[in-house]
Design a protein around this ligand. Structure first.
Ligand code: FES
Length: 576
């Protein structure tokens, strides 16, 4: 790529290299922090957007890692500045981090716009931080490189591999049914998450960092490097070095996120057996790049690309195993024929070049195409009179016998109602019932929490029942499993058909037909619709009120309507 290293075209130099009182003040204030004038004038200024916090265990190492990024930036002739951004620790933040993904996206975009930055490293990884940072960066569209936080080390309990999140629900169900003791449960709490880093399963975090690698926004192989491996520090330094070159090359994210690279990301999602949450996030990411992405693209690809990565929750291994087996490039090399190898990546190389030399070192962790992890598709999009705009299911993490099922609904109006009544002995429920949770969507939740893996009543667990058909307008943690139909759109809180279901109604789930139907006549549904009243809004002020007014539905990626591109660029800040 032609290298025009004329500093006068750097946007940071409008702040630092100009004449006049304002530029004097900008340089003066940087010198106040100990930067020399010549460390800022004439060089690309690179922002490090750091989502570290003391309440984000997955990002606990990012303060230290920023120092390695800075080392690479200075070495390449840039100037490194670190800026804090919303951290969004998935397990800790309530009611759900999804309420705040768009807030982080707005913050990332405006941090990049309002500061004297020529490029940025996006440091994230815990679930919503990846899409939030990428969405914001796409809207600002200056050169960026995503640096994944990396997964935590493998977890073990008494010799058994334990996956973060995946085993929490599994052991909880065992505790309820008497399979393990309270002392066992406490021991698992302290031993199973061994280090900083994102969940070690193919949950939402590793799904998103891996598909962002497939999109071309990370250095090749970055997503699977464990957070605590020395290679992670070296990768951080390389990110710093590379972003300076990206600025001189003017390699922007909209040149990388294209219809072809988005399709590559969907292929990666399927081969990895990734989280259903990725459907929402990828739709939102594509929209920020000015692209439209239909849910059917996911279903089409999932019919052709089986799950190859044998990782929990669909398989047996963990992210550290994927790293040793060759990482994301090795997975992509197995589905090379389905990829557009001409797509540009942040490395400055085409995807095909980055895959040269990619090899699989463990055929059990990354299966060959003729021996996939599951005969079922990685995910599927259902439609029907219960989900006119679509719903998502992950058949590879579901019970095969439940994928064609007809049962009677047991309806919960909201999560509070569910947790109040699920153990009620008078609840008419058995293993053939269909559990329905509504008012758990983008507006109803609020924020579409990960409540879609509804708990199974203790009395059924004691009888050995471990899975049931469950439906909701909520999401499900990517670390979880079960026959859960998710993201039903439109949601109940805006009058979607889920709002009309009543106890005892028959519901049919038919994976092969990609259908989800409520067996109630049109006339009766019209009568119920006339009686329906929307729930009271959760918020009357603040961010929540903004969220309620602007959030779009699941099939639209849950972005704010005002954050979609308009075709007219948001102006650069004036400096007077
Ligand atoms: Fe952060 Fe799972 S809680 S990645």
């Amino acid at each position: 790529m032609a290298q025009d290293r004329d500093p006068s075209r750097l946007r940071s130099q409008r702040w630092f290299a100009a004449e006049g009182m304002r530029a004097f003040s900008h340089r003066q204030r940087m010198q106040q922090m100990g930067f020399r004038r010549d460390e800022l004038v004439g060089r690309p200024v690179i922002g490090i957007l750091n989502t570290w916090s003391d309440l984000s265990p997955c990002h606990a190492h990012l303060r230290e890692r920023a120092e390695q990024v800075k080392r690479g930036i200075w070495r390449a002739g840039g100037a490194a500045v670190e800026l804090p951004a919303l951290s969004l620790g998935e397990v800790i933040v309530k009611p759900t981090t999804m309420l705040y993904r768009n807030m982080l996206a707005m913050e990332a975009e405006e941090l990049l716009r309002s500061h004297p930055l020529d490029g940025a490293i996006l440091m994230g990884g815990c679930d919503k931080t990846t899409p939030g940072l990428v969405m914001g960066a796409l809207s600002m569209d200056i050169p960026v490189l995503f640096m994944p936080a990396g997964p935590m080390l493998n977890g073990y309990w008494r010799g058994e591999k334990v996956g973060a999140g995946t085993h929490t629900r599994r052991f909880w169900d065992e505790l309820q049914s008497g399979g393990i003791t309270q002392a066992d449960w406490s021991e698992i709490e302290s031993v199973s998450t061994r280090s900083p880093g994102t969940c070690n399963t193919m949950g939402t975090a590793s799904t998103m960092t891996s598909i962002v690698e497939a999109l071309g926004l990370t250095l090749p192989g970055a997503a699977a490097i464990p957070a605590m491996d020395a290679a992670h520090k070296r990768m951080a330094s390389m990110c710093g070095e590379r972003i300076v070159e990206m600025v001189w090359e003017d390699l922007k994210p909209t040149a990388i996120v294209t219809p072809q690279s988005v399709q590559n990301a969907i292929v990666a999602l399927c081969a990895l057996g990734g989280s259903t949450n990725a459907v929402i996030h990828l739709v939102a990411i594509a929209q920020r790049a000015g692209l439209s992405l239909d849910l059917d693209a996911f279903d089409r690809t999932a019919r052709e690309v089986p799950v190859l990565a044998n990782l929990m929750p669909a398989g047996n291994h963990l992210m550290e195993d994927l790293f040793f087996a060759g990482g994301v490039p090795a997975v992509l090399s197995r589905v090379r024929e389905k990829l557009d190898l001409d797509c540009m990546t942040v490395s400055g190389k085409r995807l095909g070049e980055t895959l040269e030399g990619a090899r699989v070192f463990d055929d059990d962790v990354i299966r060959p195409l003729d021996r996939p992890v599951s005969g079922k598709p990685p995910l599927a999009i259902l439609r029907g009179n219960l989900a006119p705009e679509g719903a998502v299911i992950k058949p590879s993490a579901a019970s095969p016998k439940l994928l064609k099922h007809r049962g009677r609904a047991v309806v919960f109006d909201h999560a509070g109602d569910l947790y109040k009544r699920i153990e009620d002995p008078a609840l008419p429920i058995d293993e053939t019932s269909v559990l329905v949770l509504r008012n758990a969507g983008p507006i109803g939740g609020p924020g579409m929490p990960e409540w879609g893996n509804l708990p199974i009543p203790k009395r059924l667990l004691e009888r050995g029942v471990r899975d049931m058909v469950r439906l909701s307008d909520a999401r499900m943690s990517g670390t979880h499993f079960g026959t859960c139909v998710l993201h039903i759109s439109p949601e109940a809180a805006v009058g979607g058909p889920l709002a009309l279901v009543r106890d005892g109604d028959e519901i049919v789930l038919d994976l092969d037909g990609r259908r989800l139907d409520l067996l109630v006549g049109e006339e009766e549904l019209a009568r119920r619709r006339a009686e329906w009243k929307p729930p009271e809004p959760h918020y009357t002020r603040g961010y929540g009120a903004i969220f309620q007014s602007h959030i779009q539905q699941a099939h639209q990626g849950c972005d704010f309507d005002v954050l979609r591109p308009t075709g007219k660029a948001t102006p650069e800040p004036d400096i007077y």
